[in-house]
Ligand binder design. Structure first.
Ligand SMILES: [Zn+2]
Length: 376
């Protein structure tokens, strides 16, 4: 039996490893150094090349008895760049009062520390536990969780349930979990015309009015009214570009960009096709780039396990939400039901990112309860 560490002590070790996205090396050495003494086998691998890689990933698993349930934690050890103006060095964790400061304190090395602390004294006989940890969540996520899912499938070690440790709490630890996220598609629009003199429009073909009409139709689309669990899907025009410096020239080309956040009534592909058809009608083209499909784990047994654990430790009942941006749960949903629950997100991606020390330890106790319930 190894010595039990506090979530705080583990968080300090992880925060001390600089790991700006995409991450490789020391922070994963640290992770393996924490999990291997607990009986986990770490499958580490590096994929990709600059600029989006190289990326390190780790699938750590400790198998329970044959046929026992498999509960997985998922998360990322990469962090966004710290930026300027920190009170203390971003990769030298510093405790001031009740808070622990460092880049990644809440997003999401702190949560990973709580996960590790949570499983320390759970015996292997309780069931199979794994950690799905990537070094590329904050970047393009091309070589991250998707590569881990491929490995897990090759190994035949698909979990039964997966908890992602993104910082989902808003005003206090435990007030929110994410049972789903909207999908996201960005679409690049273009209309080609024929350049010419504004005084001789019959010799030119102005693409701007066509683009304006196309955007008006897109902006007027009613995608849906929302669902029981999701807000209505939303289309935003995010860029219009003609780039014409001359007042007397009809430009040759006009471009625009839209971004759609959509619920589970749509797929990125179907929305892309719909926009392509509208663009064509107005004499233009559309190039959809899907960032992620939506996911929903409808509230049920799994969300109840998390709600019960939170309520037992903190006396709060978490709201089951689908708000916010995308996360790696958009990939993990292909493996098994997935829910996100973690620390308070007020300082994520900000200067002087910090976590309340009490929250780290409380989260470890909550994660421990969830693990035991999932393996029961
Ligand atoms: Zn994150």
């Amino acid at each position: 039996m190894t010595q039990t560490l506090s979530a705080l002590a583990i968080a300090e070790k992880l925060l001390a490893c600089e790991s700006i996205t995409p991450a490789v090396g020391p922070v994963f050495d640290c992770l393996a150094g924490l999990l291997e003494p607990l009986g986990f086998t770490c499958h580490r691998f590096i994929v990709g090349e600059a600029p989006d890689g190289p990326v390190e990933n780790c699938f750590a698993i400790r198998k329970g008895p044959e046929g026992s349930p498999h509960f997985a934690f998922a998360g990322h050890l990469d962090v966004v760049p710290p930026g300027e103006g920190w009170t203390s060095a971003p990769f030298l964790p510093e405790r001031r009062g009740e808070l622990l400061y460092g880049r990644g304190a809440v997003d999401m090395k702190g949560s990973i520390a709580s996960m590790i602390a949570a499983v320390q004294d759970i015996p292997a006989e309780a069931g199979t536990i794994s950690f799905i940890i990537t070094g590329d969540e904050e970047g393009p996520a091309i070589y991250g969780t998707r590569a881990l899912i491929d490995l897990i499938r090759q190994l035949g070690e698909e979990p039964d349930l997966c908890l992602v440790g993104e910082p989902t709490s808003v005003n206090r630890l435990g007030d929110m979990m994410k049972v789903g996220r909207r999908g996201s598609v960005n679409i690049f629009l273009e209309v080609e015309g024929v350049q010419g003199h504004v005084a001789y429009p019959h010799l030119a073909d102005n693409p701007v009015p066509k683009l304006v009409a196309m955007l008006a139709e897109l902006d007027g689309l009613h995608l849906d009214d929302g669902t029981e669990w999701f807000q209505p899907s939303n289309l935003e025009i995010t860029e219009i570009e003609v780039g014409n410096p001359a007042h007397n020239v009809i430009p040759a080309k006009a471009k625009a960009r839209i971004s759609i956040r959509f619920n589970d009534l749509h797929t990125g592909k179907a929305l892309g096709d719909q926009v392509i058809a509208i663009a064509k009608k107005h004499g233009g083209t559309a190039q959809p780039v899907i960032s992620g499909e939506s996911f929903l784990t409808p509230p049920g047994d799994f969300s109840q396990m998390i709600a019960d654990a939170v309520e037992a430790e903190l006396g709060v009942v978490p709201e089951a939400s689908t708000s916010g941006g995308t996360s790696d749960a958009r990939f993990l949903k292909d493996l098994c039901p997935v829910i996100e629950f973690g620390l308070v997100n007020a300082t994520m991606h900000k200067r002087d990112e910090a976590v309340a020390v009490d929250d780290l330890e409380a989260l470890a106790r909550i994660y421990r309860r969830v693990t035991l319930a999932a393996l029961a």
